[in-house]
Design a protein around this ligand. Structure first.
Ligand SMILES: NC(=O)c1ccc[n+]([C@@H]2O[C@H](COP(=O)([O-])OP(=O)(O)OC[C@H]3O[C@@H](n4cnc5c(N)ncnc54)[C@H](O)[C@@H]3O)[C@@H](O)[C@H]2O)c1
Length: 346
């Protein structure tokens, strides 16, 4: 298909939707931007700052526009992901859905079938695949530098502001909301191998009283070829830079290993007002003057280009469904204190 400009809609212009909208607004392949947001003040501000062509509080109005080719679904609470995405696909829009893909596997199955039957691009926001450090691990596995994978570890802690933000709107676990990024990353690196068993443990000490959710979950996944990896995800760090995230990655294989520092401790800002903080330390990143720091801009552009230039999406819905199955198994395992075998029974 020849290159053509596209019109893009963003549904939900909170923290993440605003980033998506601003990247779209500045991209030469985007003809026009259309926004839907139920908070009128937020809608008005983001529409003004992006020069959006239309803005509505009813996303169905946006979906009725025949000129809109593609949609970012960036709404919360996460119960909105499935019904809004289903409406987007029914309206024959190419759709980018933020993680998690849905709350139940049957939702994922239905959306995947709809996209496939209608020939639409459908992808899920696993943003860290667009972080060069993470892409480097994938590259070194793919080109043979590391040999055959043996084991991997991702330990991530984020600040309580995230746990409180998520816990304040919905009772979803660190497995479904946070570990999901790192499970996707390692499964992507281990492409071609299937996860067969999940064991997880959660700790309840801080967030339970306010939100009924654990502070952290540690998840061990075994693949069919015997490779085993561990993901730790916690959201109990004290406040610091808003939405601070720190991660350590170890990827060990037969011919080599990669040890990656994604701790975000490389920039220290010290002010009389707030003391020391670690700026530019969120997972999606942020705009810094004329440049964007972090992976979300590249991810957003990737989807724009996939639609406008008819290129494949990097994150397939089948992969996202597999990640979802592992996160659901992790929650179940943590609850019953037993390993859980995959595939999960429907
Ligand atoms: N990829 C990443 O790195 C990353 C990081 C953070 C969050 N996320 C995901 O992105 C999604 C959005 O997170 P957020 O932090 O921006 O949330 P948010 O709460 O800041 O924003 C969500 C917005 O959706 C709006 N909304 C809700 N229902 C709507 C509807 N029916 N129509 C239009 N707008 C509606 C809300 O008013 C709100 O402004 C979440 O599902 C989250 O899991 C991804």
């Amino acid at each position: 298909m020849a290159e053509r400009k596209i019109s893009v809609g963003v549904i939900g212009t909170g923290w993440i939707g605003e980033i998506r909208a601003k990247v779209c607004a500045g991209h030469p392949l985007v003809e026009s931007l259309h926004l839907a947001e139920i908070d009128p003040a937020r809608l008005e501000r983001v529409a003004r700052e992006t020069g959006a062509k239309t803005a509505t509080t009813d996303y169905r109005e946006l979906l009725r526009r025949p000129d809109v080719d593609a949609i970012f679904v960036s709404t919360t609470p996460e119960t909105t992901h499935y019904p809004i995405t289903r409406d987007c696909l029914l309206a024959r829009k190419h759709t980018f859905l933020e993680k998690p893909m849905g709350l139940a596997l049957k939702e994922a199955d239905e959306m995947m079938a709809m996209a496939r039957e209608a020939g639409l691009k459908f992808t899920i926001g696993y943003t860290q695949r667009f972080n060069p450090k993470y892409a480097y691990v994938k590259k070194c596995v793919r080109d043979g530098t590391l040999g055959v994978p043996v084991t991997a570890l991702v330990s991530r802690n984020v600040s309580r502001s995230i746990g409180n933000k998520i816990g304040g709107r919905i009772r979803l676990s660190p497995a479904v909301m946070e570990a999901t990024h790192d499970i996707d990353f390692i499964l992507w690196c281990l492409e071609g191998r299937r996860p067969i068993r999940v064991y997880a443990q959660s700790v309840y000490r801080i967030m339970e009283q306010a939100h009924g959710v654990p502070d952290c979950t540690w998840i061990m996944v075994t693949m069919e070829d015997g490779t085993a990896f561990t993901i730790g995800a916690g959201w109990a760090l004290p406040p610091g830079y808003p939405h601070f995230s720190t991660a350590t990655i170890e990827f060990v294989a037969t011919e080599g290993a990669l040890l990656i520092d994604d701790s975000h401790r490389d920039i220290v800002l010290n002010t009389m007002k707030n003391g020391m903080v670690l700026p530019l330390s969120t997972m999606p990143g942020e705009q810094v003057g004329h440049v964007y720091q972090g992976p979300m801009r590249a991810e957003t552009i990737h989807f724009i280009e996939a639609v406008a230039l008819d290129r494949p999406v990097l994150v397939t819905p089948e992969e996202a469904r597999q990640v979802m199955e592992v996160t659901l198994a992790a929650d179940l395992s943590a609850e019953i204190h037993q390993p859980v075998s995959l595939p999960l029974e429907r």
